[in-house]
Structure formats: C-alpha cells, structure tokens
Write a protein that binds this ligand. Structure first.
Ligand code: OOG
Length: 255
C-alpha cells in the first residue's frame, strides 16, 4: 500500500497544480479511510516541500445539505494553505481551477493552540474572532464524483477561500441567517444552525479529529466549519457574495 499512497498522492498533487481532472482511485485500488488520510498527508507534504504554508483546517460534510448533494455522510477534514487564500472582494482566476464550486462558510480564527479534545462549553474560549467566508471547492476527480476515501485523499476538495471582516462578537452565531448570492440573486439561503446544530460544534469536532491524528493546531489558525448549504458552480464573470447575519459579507468576482 505504501507505494500506492505515494503514487496517488503524487497524482492528486499534480492534478491540482495542472488543474486537470483524474479518474477516481478507490474504484481500481480500494483503500481504507486511514490510508486516505495518509495520502492526504503525503500530498500536502509535497506542497509544504515547495514552500506552501499551512494556515489552518477545514471541515466538510457538517451539514445535511452538503451530505445530500454529494452522497457522502461522514464528517471529513483537510488542510488549508496560504496559496489557497483569495483576496476578499478581489478577482478569482478560473484558470487555476478545474470545475470549481463555491459554498457559504463561517471561518474561526483560533486564540489558543488546540491540542486536546474540547467540549462545546470550552470551544468559545479558543476563538479569537469569526468571519463570513466563501470556500471554493474543486474536486480533482472527473465530474466531481468521489467516494468518502477519494475525497479525503484529495484534501477534501480544498482549493480556495475568501475571508470577510473579523468580528469578536459571535453571540448570535448559533442560528444566524446565511444568504449566498450570484450576481446579486440569492441562490442559497440557510442558517448557521445547519452546521452540526451550530458552528462551534465544528470546532469541537475539529479538536477531536486533530487529537485522533496526533496533531496540534497552533493559535492563529483558520478553521472553516463546513458549508451551511449546497455548493454552486462558478462561471466566468460571476460575482459571488455571502452574507451572514450579524457578521457581514465576503465576496469575490470570477475572471
Ligand atoms: C467535499 C468538501 C465538502 C463542505 O463544506 O461540506 C465541504 C466536496 O463537496 O467536494 O467542503
């Protein structure tokens, strides 16, 4: 399996860099979820070796809407790097991506190292600030089709994100309205309560996953909690915004 891990990690990394889709791996070479995270780690290591820097983590499939859209029903997690950060309010170049989709998110900035499993009561104390955010997901698999193991190996489709203004008041975050607009038209409407009941639960889950993986998330990291609604395909020229009640907006335009 070690040779397969290295082979699949290299192929996924190259597909991301070349913005070219691949066939799913798990059909030909079935692998376990543990091996999927090993592949993810090996693929990320290639990026770090090339100078990319980790800026935090993301969770996926924390809402029913996303599980139903993709036919996957387990929580997953992956890594975010500095190369994925797009400018809030800026222009996103579609040429960097294969078949990108966008989803409305909440982003936490951590205040303390997360080095143990947290309870929901403790979680708020680990948050420095919270922001409305947009995640650009771009599966490296053809037709955006994957198994749970495939998507984990592919770093959970992570490829881009914008983060809006930071806020320290997140008293209303448990059930805040979420509206994602394409060219000013509301295309996805929901609530932050769709994210595991409330977004701080994502941080709790993240702390457990990090603990199981024997990883520490340093203070000052980003945690993307998972989309509150289904994702929308990006197209040239479109303007995308997310508005989260009490937090404000994040947006970008596609070139
Ligand atoms: C996997 C990533 C899912 C989320 O927020 O649920 C995700 C995908 O749908 O390609 O980022």
């Amino acid at each position: 399996m070690n040779a397969d891990i290295a082979r699949i990690a290299t192929a996924l990394d190259q597909a991301a860099r070349r913005a070219e889709a691949l066939a799913q791996f798990s059909v030909e070479t079935p692998f376990s979820l543990d091996d999927a995270y090993r592949i993810q780690r090996a693929a990320m290591q290639r990026r770090y070796d090339d100078g990319e820097r980790s800026i935090g983590i993301k969770l996926g499939f924390t809402s029913r809407a996303k599980m139903i859209q993709m036919g996957v029903d387990s929580l997953i997690w992956g890594w975010l790097t500095d190369a994925m950060l797009e400018e809030d309010g800026g222009l996103v170049d579609l040429a960097r991506y294969i078949h990108p989709r966008v989803e409305p998110e909440v982003c936490f900035l951590t205040r303390r190292d997360i080095d143990r499993p947290l309870t929901l009561l403790e979680a708020a104390d680990f948050v420095e600030a919270v922001a409305p955010a947009l995640e650009i997901i771009d599966s490296r698999y053809q037709a955006f089709k994957f198994s749970l193991e495939d998507v984990v190996a592919d770093n959970c489709s992570s490829s881009g994100l914008t983060v809006g203004p930071w806020s320290r008041d997140f008293s209303g975050l448990a059930n805040a309205g979420v509206v994602m607009r394409l060219d000013g038209r509301a295309v996805q409407v929901g609530s932050t309560a769709a994210i595991l009941g409330q977004p701080l639960r994502s941080l709790v889950q993240a702390s457990r996953l990090l603990h199981d993986a024997e990883r520490v998330l340093p203070a000052g990291s980003l945690v993307m909690v998972g989309a509150a609604t289904a994702a929308e395909a990006l197209r040239p020229g479109v303007h995308v915004s997310v508005e989260i009640q009490g937090l404000g907006e994040s947006s970008f335009s596609v070139r």
